[in-house]
Structures are given as structure tokens and as C-alpha cells.
Ligand binder design. Structure first.
Ligand code: CAA
Ligand code: FAD
Length: 385
């Protein structure tokens, strides 16, 4: 049984979500994982299936076409998808925890009524913050917006944008008044048909089915009604959403570690050397036990951060810890999983090596591990100095 753990605090609805996603992941995603990785392309049937299964508006209310479910449900979905394919997991994660949440939390009623149903039904979203010269230093972004009549005109480029190859909706962070520093950053909602140019699609080490593109905006005209939240408050929108989003990436890494574990451990009881199953040698059994414990620690950190968020408690430090630790564990466990399966684990046929390639991104996106440690360190300093 995948993901056996001591957490038993899930509601009936959350358990149902887990089962629905598990079925979807096994039936629809599973058979396509290898091809999507080899072709470096998301299968449109997977995206269609995610929408049809009700996984693209998890926290959006029923009235606006979503499932009206908890944040923990969104985290469960991300974890379960990552057990089968971390690329599909991040597609769903960005769409729900970054894009939908920005509109749910900061959009006005008209914007929510206009965009959330589309985003639950068929329009894929992307979150465009990073640029070639501003990754960790995200608020130094160079994309500019100027007002002309009833429109904003956006010029600049974004880099590393997940989902952007398939997306219809783009949340773009641009500075309207650089003299104010980051207090000029504003969040705009643009659609593909407004004229967003996809300049480059990256070829990557891992999560290869997830698209990552550079986008150019050349006098991109966005109606003034598409400003999300207040002008000049985009920086706060970005980081507050990322605080939450980091719990999603932590869940992706927990699922990934569990997926690698689930693929490799059964093999260790089937394969014999020196007349006994390799998994029963103490040198192997203890590694497996340690990995199970490490996955559990990462999972507990992740769901604790999610529950704190739901309960309205401060969760920024806990989210940073969860993301930092889960990405360490994901890389470690998926690396061990290859070794447990020996030569077989090193081949692309088993799919174990893919988890290891995919794990590397956990320490990079939605704030690198150093950025998470910096966030944790700030809390410690505040508390102890
Ligand atoms: N939560 C809330 N507010 C925060 C915050 C946090 N974690 N960190 C900073 N802020 C606020 C500060 O309070 C301050 O606002 P006020 O002036 O209103 O008080 C403002 O941000 C600037 O603070 P700092 O000077 O301390 O921040 P900085 O400029 O040194 O860096 C940061 C801030 C850019 C947010 C940086 O800490 C960071 O997190 N960088 C990583 C960027 C990132 O995560 N990018 C992800 C892109 S999306 C993505 O990656 C998606 C994907 O792959 C799937
Ligand atoms: P840099 O910021 O240049 O960092 C390089 C190294 O320097 C890192 O090890 C970092 O920890 C270290 N470093 C930097 N500053 C400090 C410091 N102050 N203290 C200590 N160490 C430091 N962005 C989006 O906006 N939307 C997306 O959808 C998105 N998806 C992505 C998908 C992929 C596959 C990738 C690779 C990236 C994606 N990103 C996205 C961008 C991602 O958030 C950035 O890559 C990340 O924030 C790091 O920025 P950088 O790549 O410029 O690295």
C-alpha cells in the first residue's frame, strides 16, 4: 500500500480525494509517464483528464465550478500525483496553489466569476515571476508596465515558466513604477491570445514532461480590469502565495520519494543473492527502514504546515522547513532506490531513475533551498536575539 503513514487526521472528503487521484494517476497518468518523459511533452489527454476529474479547481467554490475542498485536499492531490509522475504533479500544483489561489484570494468578485470557472473547467494557468536576471532576487524583476488609457502595456521577459507552453492564463508580475522599488510590482492577468510569445522551451534534467518556457512581452496590452489586487502590491501577492505554494512543492517531493520507494522496495524482496532476498540483508533492511522514516518526517512536516495554514496560524517557517526537508529526502531516497534495485534501477525501463532526475528540482523552484533556510533563519533570529 503506497504512502502508508501514521497520519490519520484526514476528513472523509480528503480521503475520497486521495482515492480519486490514486485511480486517475494509475489509470490515466501511469501508462503515459515514460513516453511523456522521453518526448519531453505533456500528453494533452492528461491535462484534459485532470480537468474532467475535478482536480483543477480543488479549493474553488462549487458555485464557481470547483470542488470547494480544503487546502489539505490540494496537498493530497499533489502528493498522490507525484507518486506516479512529478511532472503532472507540478502542472496541477502551479495551477491550483499558485494561479487559482491568487485569483481566489486577491481577485475581485468580477474577476473571480470570470476566471475561476474557466480555470476549473479547461483553461490552464501559469505564474510568471522569475526572469533571466531575477530568480532568488525575484523582486528585482525588470518587466515593466505603463498605463495607456484603459489598458496597461507590458514589456519584458519571463524565464522558467511552468505550464506556459500549454497555458491559456498567465499571471504576470511587472513593475509599474521602478522608483518605488519592489513597491511598484503589480500582478496582471493576461491570456495567450493577447499576444504572449513563447520564445524558448527548456530541455531539462528532470520533470521533462512539465513545460518550462521563456516568454516575451512586446507591448502586451492588458485591460486595466485585469489588475489583480492593488497596483504596487504584487510583491506581497507573489510572496504570500509562494509561502503557501511551497507546501505544495513539499508534497510533490514527499510523493516523489514515496513513488521511488514503492517501485524499488518490492524488488528487494523478489530478487535473491547469496540465497536470500536482498531486502532481508541487514545492510539493506536498515537503509529501507531509514528511508521510510525520512519520508514520514517529510510528510509530517508537510501536512503540519498545511493544517497550520488552514487554521489561520503563521505557517511560513513550517512551509519553508517542509519544502527544504522534503527536497533533501526526495533526492536521498530516490537515489537509494536506484541502488537497491542495482543495475536494473539504473535503466530507464523501471522508471526508478526518473524519480531521482525529477527530485533535483525540489531544491530549486519556488525558492531554492538556501532561500528556505534564509526564511527559517530569520524566524530563529527573531526568536532568539
Ligand atoms: N512572507 C511574506 N512576506 C515576505 C516574505 C515572506 N516569506 N519574505 C519577504 N517578504 C516581504 C517583506 O515583508 C517585505 O515587505 P514589506 O516591505 O511590505 O514589509 C518585502 O517582502 C521585501 O522583503 P525583503 O527585503 O526581506 O525581501 P528580499 O527582496 O530580500 O527577497 C523574496 C524576498 C524575493 C521573496 C525572496 O526571499 C524569495 O523568496 N526568493 C525566491 C523567489 C521564489 O520563490 N520564486 C519562485 C517563482 S515561482 C516558481 O518557482 C513556481 C514553480 O517553479 C513551480
Ligand atoms: P539563482 O537565484 O541565481 O540562484 C543560484 C544559486 O545561488 C542557488 O543555489 C541559490 O540558492 C544561491 N543563492 C541566490 N541568492 C542567495 C542568497 N541570498 N543566499 C544564499 N544563496 C543564494 N519561476 C516562476 O516564476 N514561475 C514558474 O512557474 C517557475 N517554474 C520553474 C520550473 C523550473 C523547472 C525551473 C528550473 C525554475 C522555475 N521557476 C519558475 C524559476 C525558479 O523559481 C528559480 O529558478 C529559482 O527561484 C532560483 O532562481 P535562479 O534560477 O535565478 O537561481
Amino acid at each position: 500500500q503506497s504512502g502508508v503513514n501514521s497520519l490519520d487526521t484526514f476528513s472523509e472528503e480528503e480521503q475520497m480525494f486521495r482515492e480519486t487521484v490514486q485511480r486517475f494517476a494509475q489509470d490515466v497518468v501511469g501508462p503515459r509517464v515514460r513516453d511523456m518523459d522521453e518526448n519531453e511533452m505533456m500528453d494533452p489527454e492528461v491535462i484534459k483528464g485532470l480537468f474532467e476529474t475535478g482536480l483543477m479547481g480543488i479549493e474553488t467554490s462549487d458555485e464557481l465550478g470547483g470542488a470547494g475542498a480544503s487546502f489539505t485536499s490540494a496537498v493530497i492531490v499533489i502528493e498522490e500525483l507525484a507518486k506516479v509522475d512529478p511532472s503532472v504533479s507540478v502542472l496541477c500544483d502551479v495551477h491550483n496553489t499558485l494561479v487559482n489561489t491568487v485569483i481566489r484570494k486577491y481577485g475581485n468578485k468580477d474577476q473571480q466569476e470570470k476566471w475561476l470557472p474557466k480555470l476549473s473547467e479547461s483553461s490552464l494557468g501559469s505564474f510568471c515571476l522569475s526572469e533571466p536576471a531575477s530568480g532568488s532576487d525575484a523582486f528585482a524583476l525588470q518587466t515593466r508596465a505603463r498605463k495607456e488609457g484603459d489598458n496597461w502595456i507590458i514589456n519584458g521577459s519571463k524565464m522558467w515558466i511552468t505550464n506556459s507552453y500549454e497555458a491559456d492564463v498567465f499571471l504576470i508580475f511587472a513593475n509599474v513604477d521602478p522608483s518605488k522599488g519592489y513597491k511598484g510590482i503589480t500582478c496582471f492577468l493576461a491570456t495567450k491570445d493577447m499576444g504572449i510569445e513563447i520564445a524558448k522551451k527548456e530541455q531539462k534534467l528532470g520533470i521533462r514532461a512539465s513545460s518550462t518556457c521563456t516568454l516575451n512581452f512586446d507591448d502586451l496590452k492588458v485591460p486595466a480590469e485585469n489588475v489583480i489586487g492593488e497596483v504596487g502590491k504584487g510583491y506581497k501577492i507573489a510572496i504570500e502565495i509562494l509561502n503557501e505554494g511551497r507546501i505544495g512543492i513539499a508534497a510533490q517531493m514527499v510523493g516523489l520519494a514515496q513513488g521511488a520507494f514503492d517501485k524499488s522496495v518490492p524488488y528487494t524482496y523478489q530478487r535473491s543473492q547469496f540465497g536470500q532476498p536482498i531486502g532481508t540483508f541487514q545492510g539493506m533492511a536498515f537503509q529501507i527502514a531509514q528511508a521510510a522514516t525520512e519520508i514520514e518526517t517529510a510528510r509530517l512536516l508537510t501536512y503540519n504546515a498545511a493544517r497550520r495554514k488552514e487554521e489561520g496560524k503563521d505557517f511560513t517557517k513550517e512551509a519553508a522547513m517542509a519544502k527544504y526537508w522534503s527536497s533533501v529526502i526526495a533526492q536521498k531516497v530516490s537515489g537509494s532506490a536506484i541502488e537497491w534495485a542495482g543495475g536494473v534501477g539504473f535503466t530507464r525501463e523501471t522508471g526508478i531513475e526518473k524519480f531521482w532526475r525529477d527530485s533535483k528540482i525540489g531544491a530549486i523552484y519556488e525558492g531554492t533551498s538556501n532561500i528556505q533556510l534564509q526564511t527559517i533563519a530569520k524566524y530563529i533570529q527573531k526568536q532568539y536575539s
